[in-house]
Design a protein around this ligand. Structure first.
Ligand code: ADP
Ligand code: 5GP
Length: 206
């Protein structure tokens, strides 16, 4: 049986609730490993280096790019964000289901490099609710919120390139949806090729 974990990319508009969902998912289930990205954006109150992000200067980030330490990186509302390669590879080999919470350009780059990646898109039930959540979070200025909403409009263009669309209305249901989708993904026949070959061979008496 192939025991390698599944790589899942979770994207969605800023304020959709991705971070909140990931926190709940990791609290509830132990088969997941959340990749910690590198970024040049400043830490929000309560964020710790190495936990939410590895906070880097622009120069440090550009060095990571030059040394090929990132699976992908993208620029989002005036900052760099990128996924360190080593952790993701280690965790997948160890059988963990690895989740990347990244924006759409990065998501599509990962899919291109690693076609078995599962792509999930999280959306709030409405734009009104999105604005409410962004304002309610209280971590960005109105100017940044407006930039993030503008970016959401661009990201919406790519929503249909994802495998699943998950509406984050009730948090608990949304967390279960994500978990069930990944659980189901393990049962896909292409992910169980070795098992299939083994069964075939045994039935032929080999
Ligand atoms: P993202 O990581 O997608 O930018 P967050 O996880 O920071 O979004 O969530 C944005 C805000 O919305 C937070 O204040 C969070 O508490 C709130 N939130 C998340 N999910 C829900 C939900 N299902 N219902 C109401 N509020 C939510
Ligand atoms: P935030 O500043 O709200 O934490 O994140 C802004 C956006 O950057 C979100 O859409 C988030 O998913 C995305 N992001 C976080 N880490 C990465 C990463 O490593 N790569 C890419 N491409 N996007 C990321």
């Amino acid at each position: 049986m192939n025991k390698k974990g599944i790589l899942t990319v979770v994207s969605g508009f800023s304020g959709a609730g991705k971070g909140t969902i990931m926190k709940e998912l990791l609290k509830k289930y132990d088969n997941y490993a959340l990749s910690v990205s590198a970024t040049t954006r400043a830490p929000r109150p309560g964020e710790t280096d190495g936990r939410e992000y590895f906070f880097k200067t622009k120069e440090e980030f550009e060095k990571m790019i030059a040394q090929d330490e990132l699976i992908e990186y993208a620029s989002y509302v005036n900052n760099y964000y990128g996924t360190p390669k080593a952790y993701v590879e280690e965790q997948l080999e160890a059988g963990k289901d690895v989740i990347l919470e990244i924006e759409i350009q990065g998501a599509l780059k990962v899919k291109e490099k690693m076609p078995d990646t599962l792509l999930l898109f999280i959306t709030p039930p409405s734009v009104e609710e999105l604005r409410k959540r962004l304002v309610g979070r209280g971590t960005e200025t109105m100017e940044v919120i407006e930039s993030r909403l503008k970016r959401a409009g661009e990201e919406a263009e790519g929503m249909d390139r994802y495998d699943y669309l998950i509406v984050n209305d009730k948090l608990d249901i949304c967390v279960e949806d994500v978990h069930e989708i990944i659980r189901g993904e393990h049962l896909r026949s292409f992910r169980n090729a070795e098992f299939i070959e083994h069964m075939k061979a045994e039935l032929k008496g080999e």
